[in-house]
Structures are given as structure tokens and as C-alpha cells.
Design a protein around this ligand. Structure first.
Ligand code: GLA
Length: 404
């Protein structure tokens, strides 16, 4: 090669390097992640076939078209480490790379689960002392998303290293998440393939204040959700006040959806889904997709409600006011719009004393014209208008041109 060609080659390499680096840094989770996770319905029974079935169903049912992208394997996929410390799958998952390829071939993404301790919550091997190695393995498999669950790190490390010092324990915990955040970033630099980082430590030590700086794209804000109204209500209530911490690339995570699970009524399923959309929460369905009832499918694929969740402004709803057992939440939308949710959180309401909407409390003046996102019809909201809602039901309205 002559000296000129050599210089040219050097220049080309120099110019391409930043492009490759930029690729690795490609922003992820600019809107709240959407997909499905195995835990809420399958728990320890998840296997390779269950994940393939879920991916097939997401495509076949139109959920993919509605925005569901991630197929996330939760706990219990983990096998043993080999002599070099590399993590392997257990017999339920014969070939993780092949599974990731399959999910990708459907135009979907795949997520996995681990934790900073010696063991996961279900007692399977976790990442302590193998963080870089595991991040590299995930990247090699083509994993797009990691949920990293504190669990045994509490007794294994935090309580052992700082037995009676809670503040020191929290510092140790943050360092553990920082370590995996860095490992994922390094692995992504090498492959050019970003991995969404989901922190699961139940909202300890105001995680929303420190998680974005270490690369967290979402963080659980509470303990585990259950498929009962009280659990959904308690978790939603705890989100009030956290709205300023959410935004493109970093989201509060009130846990995965229970829509279609347990004995939730249709109104409760509708309210749960709407509330999570108002909260700009990740929408990770957790139901039995191959046996999904049509009315559950209709809820999970309501495009108008999903559009609230995925709104590009990324502003989480605020609890504006309560009047007895009725709560009013609102969030601004891109383009100057607003979404308003009126929720009857009580177990009953006497129709002789309906709830009256106070528009001024929402910063609105005069009659408002919008869309009821569950009937699809145009609605008018007038000041002091009586609103009748059944127990645990919701009125969700999108105002594209609110009159302030
Ligand atoms: C914890 C998490 C759950 C789930 C289980 C798995 O309880 O909060 O979401 O991942 O562990 O063991």
C-alpha cells in the first residue's frame, strides 16, 4: 500500500469510529418500554416454548402493531456457571442464542433477568462477581433488556458488610447497580447493540434520584404487584409526587401489568391499564397470551390509551385532586393537549350524589371538547358536570385543544 492510500485508510477509520461509538450510544426507551414479561402469569414455569409462544402471539394478535416490542424472560432461566465463570441456561432454555434469534426474527426484542447478589429472588444463580462477564454473555446472545433484581444482595452483601448501618447499606446497593450499568454500557460499546437497563429494588432509597445517572432506563418504585384491586390502587397512589423524575430515556416503573390476571373485573382491568398509561409507565403485559379473552385483548390494544402512555413529551400524570372516593389525574401531551382521568377508587357510590368535575382545578375554563378513549366517542366536559362512574371504573378523556 502506498503512503497516500495508507493515510486515506487511516482517515476513513478515524471518521468511522465516532459513528460506531454513536451507534452503541443510540438512545433507548425514549418512550416507556412496551412488551410482555413471563413472571406475573407463568412465574417459575416459564420455558423456551412459552417464550416462543408469547412472541408468536404478540405478532398474531396485533399486539406488535400496537407497540408491544419486548418479550422478557423473568427469573428461573439460569443454569450453572462453567469453570471459567460463564453463566449457562438451565434445561428449560436449551439455547438462549437461538431463542433470541427466533424472537428477533419476529421483529421483536428479548429481555432477560438477573441480580447483583449470589442468587435471584427464586434462588437461581445471580451476577455477584460476574457482572462484566454476564453483560458480555447477554450481549453475545443478543439480549436487548436486563431486569436487575436486588433480592439476595440484601443479606449476601449489604447486611453482611454494614450490619447496623442502613445508610452504608444503601451506598453499597447503589454501587452494585452502578457496576452493572457500566458493564452493560461497555458491552454495548463493543457490540454496537444497546441494552435497556431496568432496576428492580422496590423503590429503596429514592431510586428515581440516582438511577438515571448510572444508566437506568426504568426503576421499580414499589414492591411486587398482585392481580387484586387493592394492590393496583396502592401502587398507583404511591406514584403521586414522582412525576418529575420520569421522562424520555428514564421512567418510573410501578411494576408489570396484571391486566387479564386473577379475578380483576373488566372495569378494574380497564382502570389499571389506563392508570399505567397516564403514569407513563412501562406497559409490560403479564397475562397468558395464547389464552387471552377478546375483552382483555381489546383493553391491551386500545391504541388511543397506548398513545397516551407513549406520548413523546413523556410527562407522567399528576394527581390533581380527590373528592371523596373519586380521584382526578391529568398529564400534558405533546402539541399542547391534555389527558384527564376521573377514577372511582371506592367500592360504591350513591347515584343520588354524583361527582362534579371541577375544571378550574385542572387549569381549564369553559366547555371542553375531547375524546372518551374507552367509548371512542366525542365528549364535552363542562364545569361542575355530574359524572357517574361504577366502582373502580374510569373516565379517560383526551383533550387535543384544552381551553385554559
Ligand atoms: C421479585 C421481583 C418480581 C419477579 C420475582 C422473580 O419478586 O420483584 O417482579 O421478578 O422477583 O423471582
Amino acid at each position: 500500500m502506498n503512503p497516500i492510500s495508507r493515510v486515506m485508510l487511516f482517515l476513513v477509520a478515524l471518521l468511522t469510529l465516532p459513528a460506531i461509538a454513536a451507534l452503541a450510544q443510540a438512545p433507548v426507551a425514549q418512550t416507556p418500554p412496551m412488551g410482555w414479561n413471563s413472571w406475573n402469569y407463568f412465574a417459575g414455569k416459564v420455558d423456551d416454548k412459552g417464550i416462543r409462544d408469547a412472541a408468536d402471539q404478540i405478532v398474531a394478535t396485533g399486539m406488535k402493531d400496537a407497540g408491544y416490542t419486548f418479550v422478557n424472560i423473568d427469573d428461573t432461566w439460569e443454569g450453572e456457571r462453567d469453570a471459567s465463570g460463564v453463566i449457562h441456561t438451565n434445561s428449560k432454555f436449551p439455547d438462549m442464542k437461538a431463542l433470541a434469534d427466533y424472537v428477533h426474527s419476529k421483529g421483536l426484542k428479548i429481555g432477560i433477568y438477573s441480580g447483583p447478589g449470589t442468587k435471584t429472588c427464586a434462588g437461581f444463580p445471580a451476577s455477584l462477581g460476574h457482572e462484566e462477564q454476564d453483560a458480555k454473555t447477554y450481549a453475545e446472545w443478543g439480549i436487548d433488556y436486563l431486569k436487575y433484581d436486588l433480592c439476595s444482595f440484601i443479606p449476601d452483601v449489604m447486611q453482611k458488610q454494614a450490619p447496623h448501618d442502613k445508610a452504608a447499606q444503601m451506598k453499597i446497593m447503589i454501587a452494585a447497580y452502578e457496576k452493572m450499568g457500566k458493564a452493560l454500557k461497555d458491552a454495548a460499546q463493543q457490540t454496537g447493540h444497546p441494552i435497556v437497563f431496568s432496576l428492580c429494588q422496590y423503590g429503596w432509597d429514592a431510586v428515581w434520584e440516582w438511577a438515571p445517572a448510572l444508566g437506568g432506563n426504568l426503576w421499580r418504585t414499589t414492591g411486587d404487584i398482585e392481580a387484586r384491586w387493592q394492590s393496583i390502587y396502592d401502587i398507583a397512589s404511591e406514584q403521586s409526587g414522582l412525576e418529575d423524575y420520569a421522562g424520555p430515556g428514564h421512567w418510573n416503573d410501578p411494576d408489570m401489568l396484571e391486566v387479564g390476571n386473577g379475578k380483576l373485573s373488566l372495569a378494574e382491568n380497564r382502570t389499571h391499564f389506563s392508570w399505567w398509561a397516564m403514569l407513563a409507565a412501562p406497559l409490560l403485559a403479564g397475562n397468558d397470551l395464547p389464552n387471552m379473552k377478546p375483552e382483555i385483548h381489546a383493553i391491551l390494544t386500545n391504541k388511543d390509551v397506548i398513545a397516551i402512555d407513549q406520548d413523546s413529551l413523556g410527562k407522567q400524570a399528576r394527581h390533581v385532586y380527590s373528592d371523596g372516593e373519586v380521584e382526578v389525574w391529568a398529564r400534558p401531551l405533546a402539541g399542547g393537549g391534555m389527558a384527564v382521568a376521573v377514577i372511582n377508587v371506592g367500592s360504591d357510590r350513591q347515584s343520588t350524589h354524583p361527582f362534579h368535575l371541577d375544571l378550574a382545578k385542572l387549569g381549564l375554563h369553559g366547555e371542553q371538547s375531547g375524546k372518551d378513549l374507552w367509548t371512542g366517542k366525542t365528549v364535552t366536559l363542562a364545569d361542575k358536570q355530574p359524572i357517574e362512574l361504577n366502582s373502580h371504573d374510569i373516565l379517560l378523556v383526551r383533550l387535543d385543544h384544552p381551553r385554559m
